[in-house]
Design a protein around this ligand. Structure first.
Ligand code: SF4
Length: 711
């Protein structure tokens, strides 16, 4: 047995960006987590937890855990990699052997082909401190801005769009504030009850207990539509038309906030002129939403303030992702809903620490705190701090890095806690590109679909085995506390990154001045890393582990050690000064249904699973409820393809095909199917396409043309 609990450790959930806190009940003798219990002090969730947070922790002790470093045999024998692209058998080795090989290979690529031949992927599942170190490793130690992470695949459109409109890419308000004060809650492209369940529950309460009006715009009848005052069921990829149509009606009726527009915004005239095109009739034809519903929605928005807008991947994962976000930014300026409690723009960040990974410079264009690599002042600051010349060119995004690997431009990669074979579009192409790499080091807790293409596997640890901080979707920085000792020989990720950096710093032709104030890598704990972050990152300047330990709950910007943090952004003034209206234009999705591929596939996740499923597929309780991928299909379509009581369908696109069980349901309208990417045996990313938004480089995961057949 695992014994009885003899220690309680309060920490932060590592699934979604809501950032619930809870207690791990631990037995220190068996080094096991026995259960999760609620902690009434939790600032976001109180006693509430969703099924993943409460029951989805047993993956931590799963026998598949990587407990010792592994390298391919050819490396130990000093041979070249087999020419056929195969990597050969794994051998378990000690840390010195594994890290020496990784250091040597990264240095070799850097010094032979230049620093930009190396690509680094950091992880939205890891802590702020670890993400800061990955950013420092890429820029200071390797000398490249080729660093990115999965935010590219989820909210890069949000970050770019809101930065253009307002000057800051983050969620403006707080979840509690939305739940308690919004008169209208407008959810567009967010399956909130399944993907941010505790916040979804708060919204449900807002509707049921205090009569907040809820408008949901989504092509599917997602669960929360049951509580909605109004459901607008637009066709996938028609959000700009829909929103412009609503704003057209708002302006027609004079419901806009003239005082706010005059005082706090610019470019309103150009925006107004563009709206003229979007008559209700035309918009209805594009979106499939009846004209009278458009009027009803516009009236609710126009006559009730404040309104909070909530969105997620349904808005961002399009070739017009940035334009979608700009359109939402327009709407909130038009109605004067910015800088007030219960209003704002509220993009819900997916991963537990995707906000933090962005904040810490895990992006190819910015240092920590969104200080741009192309701004001389910022670059000089970091050159001085880290004691080495830094590149001034924006690096590659993950969606550029993987194809660059296929073209032989990226030679070596170091990936922390990501599984691109599962999470990136067009899996076949991803596999081909990774196979072409000269060298791939992967730091993970489990062997994954991507480890087939790795040359070295470094065993990191779960969030229960390390210390640091996560930043949730509302910019709240919260402590992650070590509950158990690292399992086997696995090591906290920050220690592995530091060890690797120390080994590389001594090698090859890139010299770092060790006298620089932050040139060295000699952290003995994660609080010291946070102190370095605070010293170099104005929005984190006042954050320290000590403040969090005495119970302060801080939302950035926290500008000094006595600054209380910022629950609402853009109060009185936008980060960029005036808010800027951007005229936006409806553009159809990159791939349209045709005779060969007559249906539309849209993709997402389900409540019980998480992304590539590496953790949740190893959790017994979650697998009991949902153990195989399901494709949602409308009864009309099921009949048309002759499913006739059969359960399996084959779904094909121009890029691949999968076979999965059908779920015949009215959740999807005729012509549309919905699938997820949690299960490698039938991941929808075999079907999706890598058409990218030109600004954010996000792929259009939300629309692909497919053919569906009974199997
Ligand atoms: Fe964890 Fe998100 Fe569930 Fe909260 S809502 S318990 S943060 S997965």
């Amino acid at each position: 047995g695992a014994g009885a609990p003899d220690k309680v450790v309060t920490t932060t959930c590592s699934y979604c960006g809501v950032g619930c806190q809870f207690d791990f009940q631990v037995n220190t003798k068996t080094n096991r987590i026995l259960r999760v219990t609620s902690n009434p002090q939790a600032p976001v969730n109180g006693m509430h937890l969703c099924v993943k947070g409460r029951y989805g922790y047993d993956y931590i002790h799963h026998p598949d855990r990587l407990l010792k470093p592994r390298v391919r045999e050819y490396l130990l024998k000093g041979e070249k990699r087999p020419a056929n692209g195969e990597r050969g058998p794994w051998v378990e080795v000690d840390w010195d052997t594994a890290l020496e090989i990784v250091a040597r290979k990264l240095v070799e690529a850097r010094d032979t082909y230049g620093p930009d031949s190396v690509g680094i992927l950091t992880s939205a599942k890891c802590t702020n401190e670890e993400n800061y170190l990955m950013n420092k490793l890429a820029r200071q130690v390797i000398g490249t801005n080729n660093i990115d992470h999965c935010a590219r695949l989820c909210h890069s459109s949000t970050v770019a769009g809101l930065a253009l409109a307002y000057g800051s890419g983050a969620m403006s308000n707080s979840m509690k504030d939305v739940a308690e004060k919004a008169a209208v809650i407008f959810i567009i492209g967010s399956n909130t009850t399944e993907q941010h369940p505790v916040f979804g529950a708060m919204i449900r309460q807002a509707v049921l207990k205090r009569g907040a009006k809820l408008i949901v715009a989504d092509p599917r009848k997602i669960d929360i539509t049951e509580f909605a005052t109004l459901h607008l069921q637009q066709r996938p990829g028609t959000d700009i038309a829909l929103l412009n149509g609503l704003m057209h009606i708002i302006v027609q009726n004079g419901w806009q906030d003239e005082a706010f527009i005059a005082e706090r915004t610019e470019n309103y005239e150009a925006f107004l002129e563009n709206l003229q095109d979007y008559t209700p009739e035309k918009v209805s034809a594009i979106t499939g939403v009846p004209v009278e519903r458009l009027y009803q929605a516009a009236e609710i928005m126009g006559k009730n303030r404040p309104m909070a807008v909530i969105w997620a991947m349904g808005i961002t994962q399009h070739i017009v992702g940035v334009q979608n976000v700009l359109t939402l930014a327009n709407l909130q300026m038009l109605l004067g809903n910015m800088g007030v409690p219960g209003g704002g723009v509220n993009p819900l960040r997916g991963q537990n620490n995707v906000q933090g990974a962005c904040d810490m410079g895990g992006l190819p264009d910015v240092y920590p705190g969104y200080q741009r690599v192309t701004t001389e002042e910022a670059r000089l600051k970091f050159e001085q701090a880290w004691g080495v010349a830094l590149p001034d060119k924006v690096g590659l995004t993950v969606t550029e890095m993987i194809p660059a690997a296929g073209e032989g431009k990226i030679k070596a990669m170091y990936i922390l806690g990501e599984n691109p074979v599962m999470s990136d579009p067009d899996s076949n192409h991803v596999r081909h590109c990774l196979q072409t790499l000269d060298f791939l080091a992967l730091q993970e807790i489990f062997p994954s679909e991507t480890s087939a293409y790795a040359d070295v596997l470094l065993p990191g640890v779960s969030f229960a085995e390390k210390d640091g901080t996560f930043t949730n979707t509302e910019r709240r920085v919260q402590r992650v506390r070590q509950a158990i000792q690292p399992l086997g020989e696995a090591r906290p990720d920050w220690m592995i990154i530091q060890d690797l950096a120390q080994r590389i710093l001594g090698q090859g032709n890139r010299q770092v001045n060790p006298e620089a104030p932050y040139g060295k890598w000699n952290y003995t704990n994660t609080a010291q890393i946070m102190d370095e972050i605070a010293a170099l990152t104005p929005i984190y300047a006042g954050i320290s582990h000590a403040r969090l330990e005495v119970g302060e709950s801080l939302q950035w910007p926290v500008r000094s050690k006595d600054h209380p943090g910022t629950p609402i952004l853009h109060v009185g003034r936008f980060t960029r000064g005036k808010g800027k209206f951007h005229p936006t234009v409806h553009v159809p999705p990159a791939e349209q249904p045709d005779r060969t591929y007559p249906m539309v596939l849209t993709t997402g996740r389900v409540l019980y699973h998480w992304h590539g499923g590496e953790m949740t597929r190893r959790s017994k309780g979650l697998m009991k409820v949902y153990d195989r991928p399901l494709i949602e299909i409308n009864p009309e379509d099921a009949q048309r393809i002759g499913l006739n009581g059969k359960r399996m369908v084959r779904v094909s696109s121009r890029r691949g095909s999968i076979i999965a069980e059908a779920w015949i349901t009215e959740r999807v309208p005729p012509g549309l199917i919905y699938g997820n990417f949690h299960f490698p045996e039938a991941s929808v990313n075999e079907l999706t396409l890598a058409a990218l938004d030109p600004i954010s480089k996000i792929p259009e995961f939300k629309v692909a043309a497919v053919r569906v057949e009974a199997y």
